[in-house]
Design a protein. Structure first.
Ligand SMILES: *Cc1c(COP(=O)(O)O)cnc(C)c1O
Length: 493
């Protein structure tokens, strides 16, 4: 045995470094919770970071606890109560540990025999979840790597079911397929359509109303127009919710439309399908039980490490129709529907043991944790919106449905370009690093965007955020005044 190999697999080393890393992460968590971490997102330019890591690679420590400490120090701190940026889940420590188990065991899961526990745990988890969507024992589901892949998977299933299963073998044979989705839908739907080869005409974008909700009265005319145009519309996607503003489409109405025209009804619930766990907010997804397929990310609102995504199917038979791949080295029986050979139904061949993380959360805390968390965060979104609405210097984009809140600062000087000004505020906040928030474009205007993911963020923190934005705005105005005075002086001189 070569010494290098021996060293790489040293069990005592693993134990020692593992303990050091867990200590380090637990210290980081405690520090965030005790308000001892001043920046939720310490900012440096890409070139500065690159120079640092290039130098580290040449001369830095090779102790992985030390490397971990450096990575933690330079990373976005989701566990910090001033984190309100993108909708990435704040992970419970236990579910991070269960992720580690997958990293170590590395059971591939494509076939039952390589990952027996993980395969069966995934089924147990899916079965626990189905009733929350109003699905009965005919339903089923799979876990996959992210909402993007989950949506593509579900849409491939829709294509097989609604456009003929031979499509897998013979291609589309001249059929001009299309689906309908709100213009506010996540870009991954557009990508899925293009990947399937339907082209730009394959995605019919339904305009939204002033709440950014799909306009239901446009479904029939747009559908008829597409049919007249020689297209075959096979599906409608409801957003639950949209990414930019967190708006929930009317799933009851979309379901009824799909039923009437015999279309596949898919719900992109990457973020907001989690509403099903909240008694207070589950009416947002009323009608979800009508969907033929649903995507939900655990790594957004369900406190789980990325990537962990479920695709649920109302009719279990359909989950076997997505792919018709034969792989003789994997499956001895090519045609059979074997729930326990997960690779038959997922994009992944080798897959992370993602069910274990969900299983762990549910065993440790039950559904109560999700109920409490989703309810709290959605309510916080509404409370923050009320705060913004009452503030003379801020304007809410829309009254939010959930924990995604978009707004902008209104400077007194009406000649200032609002979009450029708010983008400049956002840039200064990013460079300051104390809070982390993002921005979005709504009707070609730039808005500040917060997603309230952290369960320790309080209304008080958000009040401080607004003050911070006001100070930043004042600073910007001063800067601009100084620049224009300098210019005037130059002209005079
Ligand atoms: C986040 C999101 C996605 C993409 O999911 P990933 O897990 O990031 O791939 C898709 N749709 C919606 C509505 C989302 O919010």
């Amino acid at each position: 045995m070569k010494e290098s190999i021996q060293r790489a697999f040293d069990a005592e080393n693993f134990r020692r470094q593992g303990k050091a890393i867990i200590d380090l992460l637990a210290d980081a968590l405690a520090a965030d919770q005790q308000g001892q971490v001043p920046q939720a997102n310490p900012w440096k330019t890409p070139d500065e970071r690159l120079a640092f890591w290039e130098e580290q690679f040449q001369q830095g420590s090779s102790d992985i606890a030390a490397i971990t400490a450096q990575i933690v120090e330079q990373s976005t701190r989701l566990h910090n109560n001033k984190y309100a940026g993108h909708q990435v889940g704040v992970v419970t420590p236990e579910s991070a540990l269960l992720g580690l188990i997958s990293n170590y065991l590395n059971n591939g899961m494509a076939v039952y025999e390589v990952g027996q526990a993980a395969t069966v745990i995934e089924k147990v988890v899916i079965q626990q979840l189905l009733p929350y969507f109003g699905y009965d024992e005919r339903a089923d589901g799979i876990l996959t790597s992210g909402g993007t892949l989950g949506n593509l998977t579900a849409l491939l299933t829709a294509r097989s079911v609604k456009a003929g299963k031979d499509i897998w073998q013979y291609g589309q044979r001249g059929q001009r397929l299309a689906l309908m989705v709100s213009e506010e839908a996540h870009y991954c739907v557009d990508r899925a359509v293009k990947i399937m080869g339907w082209g730009a005409e394959g995605i019919i974008k339904v305009p939204t109303d002033e709440q950014f909700r799909m306009q239901m009265d446009l479904l029939v005319p747009l559908y008829e127009q597409a049919v007249d145009n020689g297209q075959k519309v096979i599906a409608v996607i409801g957003s639950a919710c949209t990414t930019s503003t967190g708006t929930f489409d009317d799933l009851v109405a979309i379901g009824a439309f799909c039923q009437k025209y015999d279309l596949w009804f898919h719900v992109d619930g990457a973020h907001g399908a989690s509403a099903v766990f909240s008694k207070k907010f589950k009416s947002l997804v009323a009608g979800i039980e009508r969907a033929d397929s649903i995507v939900m990310d655990f790594h957004k609102m369900l406190l789980t490490p990325a990537l962990t995504t479920a695709v649920f199917y109302k009719n279990s038979k359909n989950t076997y129709k997505t792919f018709h791949q034969k792989a003789h080295y994997l499956w001895s029986n090519q045609e059979n529907e074997e729930w326990y050979n997960s690779g038959k139904r997922t994009f992944e061949c080798t897959k992370l043991m993602m069910g274990a993380r969900v299983y762990g959360i549910l065993k440790l805390h039950g559904f109560q944790l999700w109920e409490d968390y989703v309810t709290q965060q959605f309510q916080l979104g509404k409370d923050f919106a009320a705060l913004i609405d009452a503030h003379p210097k801020f304007e809410l984009a829309i009254a939010p449905d959930c924990n995604i809140v978009c707004f902008r600062y209104l400077p007194e000087d009406a000649t200032i370009d609002l979009s450029a000004f708010n983008a400049a505020i956002r840039q200064l906040l990013l460079e300051d690093g104390t809070y982390y928030i993002v921005q979005t474009q709504l009707q070609n205007q730039t808005y500040l965007r917060t997603t309230l993911m952290n369960p320790f963020t309080t209304l008080n923190d958000l009040n401080t955020l607004l003050s911070k934005i006001e100070q930043t705005a004042a600073h910007l105005i001063k800067l601009e005044q100084a620049v224009s005075e300098e210019r005037a002086a130059m002209v005079d001189g």
